[in-house]
Design a protein around this ligand. Structure first.
Ligand SMILES: [Zn+2]
Length: 393
């Protein structure tokens, strides 16, 4: 048996994953992702603080020159912790067995999720649509947010998110902001509005929609792509954004062309007067009984989606899904397809955990038995999918 087959057999199609910590040079850690306080800068100041943990990732973190070749990639580890292999390579070797029909369509696992944990807000920025991303050899990037109460006992320095542009603003006004980017504060936020973030709810952000995310710890299921451009030059709090990020993922021949930057904006979606009505996501119950509850939490994109599963104290359930998924534990302990699940309080950089798994298409369809031995504490987990045939509303 090859290593990938052994890992698959050992977990009966459920792969144990090692925590994947990702530093970002331009971010400041919010310290809500359970990493030991001494370890947030463990990779050195040059790399920046760790403010992301990636889940079920086969996507490399694009962190500039000198980035390790496995940064951002999830490892599958054996129960004894002695053997490990990249999830990307396990999928490449076992194909349909791990990800089902998605193998034929993408020839890789096409999504990942993360906890994004920044102390302050991010600049108003944009992810390219397919047609613009294709010009730099990439795919468009839809992303979605969910703000779990379990990782948000405080909302950070600015718990409000700006989305889109005010319906009455003009293209001339926005183009002027972009032209003023390098001159100082380009005042792009003067033309947008912020929404107060409500815990345990989510938002859908299609490609081409401007957004300046709040400082909450955010669960973000997304299509595997890392294209973006920053359109706001000075942040709330005074941090400045370098001009090369305005032109990030812009084709060489369009650099300096502000009309191209304008074209990247999906104007109608941004100035939608019913923006909240169309983009806000409150959990939708998919199934519920006295033993458990399963809710859709991210469901407006066709390329990635997510659920929250709660198993009540003392209960044992079998949960089936139509497709492969990754999962991260938020609360409680017990067993998951025979493997231990728990929610550590503090994790050292490099330490193994039992809070994250990848469930193969085969195991998902067969059903995963989850047991909660606690007399009082529910098991709560988040499950991230690419396409899911059960998502039919
Ligand atoms: Zn974004």
């Amino acid at each position: 048996m090859t290593l990938s087959e052994r890992l698959f057999e050992e977990g009966k199609g459920i792969l144990r994953l090692k925590p994947t910590w990702v530093p970002r040079a331009f971010c400041r850690p919010g310290k809500r992702i359970k990493l030991h306080p001494d370890d947030y800068y463990v990779l050195g100041l040059e790399k920046g603080g760790i403010d992301e943990r990636w889940f079920a990732s086969t996507t490399w973190a694009e962190n500039g020159p000198g980035t390790p070749e496995d940064e951002g990639l999830s490892y599958v580890v054996s129960r004894d912790g002695k053997e490990k292999m990249l999830l990307r390579d396990v999928v490449a070797e076992l194909k349909e067995k791990v990800i089902g029909d998605l193998w034929d369509k993408y020839h890789k696992w096409p999504m990942f999720s993360k906890f994004f944990d920044n102390a302050g807000p991010l600049p108003h920025h944009i992810h390219h649509m397919d047609k613009h991303a294709a010009r730099v050899g990439a795919a468009g990037k839809p992303e979605m947010y969910f703000f779990p109460a379990q990782v948000n006992n405080h909302g950070g320095e600015f718990p409000f998110t700006f989305f889109g542009l005010n319906p009455e603003c003009t293209k001339e006004e926005i183009k002027k902001c972009l032209e003023d980017f390098a001159k100082g504060d380009n005042r792009l936020l003067d033309y947008s509005q912020a929404y107060k973030i409500e815990l345990d709810t989510g938002w859908d952000v299609p490609p081409g929609v401007l957004h300046a995310p709040a400082s909450l710890c955010t669960y973000e299921p997304q299509f595997a792509s890392d294209v973006y451009a920053m359109y706001q030059s000075v942040l709330y709090g005074g941090q400045c954004v370098s001009e090369d990020l305005l032109w990030k993922n812009c084709p060489e021949e369009e650099k300096g062309n502000f009309d191209y930057l304008m074209d990247v904006i999906d104007w109608d979606l941004n100035v939608d007067p019913d923006f909240k009505k169309h983009r806000f996501m409150r959990p939708v119950v998919q199934r519920e009984d006295e033993k458990h509850k399963e809710e859709w939490i991210c469901y407006k994109s066709k390329l990635a989606c997510a659920k929250r599963l709660t198993v009540y104290p003392g209960q044992k359930v079998t949960v089936k899904d139509g497709a492969a998924y990754g999962m991260i534990m938020l609360q409680g302990h017990g067993t998951f397809g025979g493997q231990p699940i728990e929610t550590p309080t503090l994790i050292r950089y490099g330490q193994l955990t039992d809070d994250e798994y990848f469930v193969s298409a085969e195991a998902a369809k067969k059903g995963v038995v989850i047991e909660n031995p606690s007399g009082c504490d529910p098991i709560v987990m988040l499950k991230h999918f690419a396409e899911n045939p059960d998502l039919d509303f």
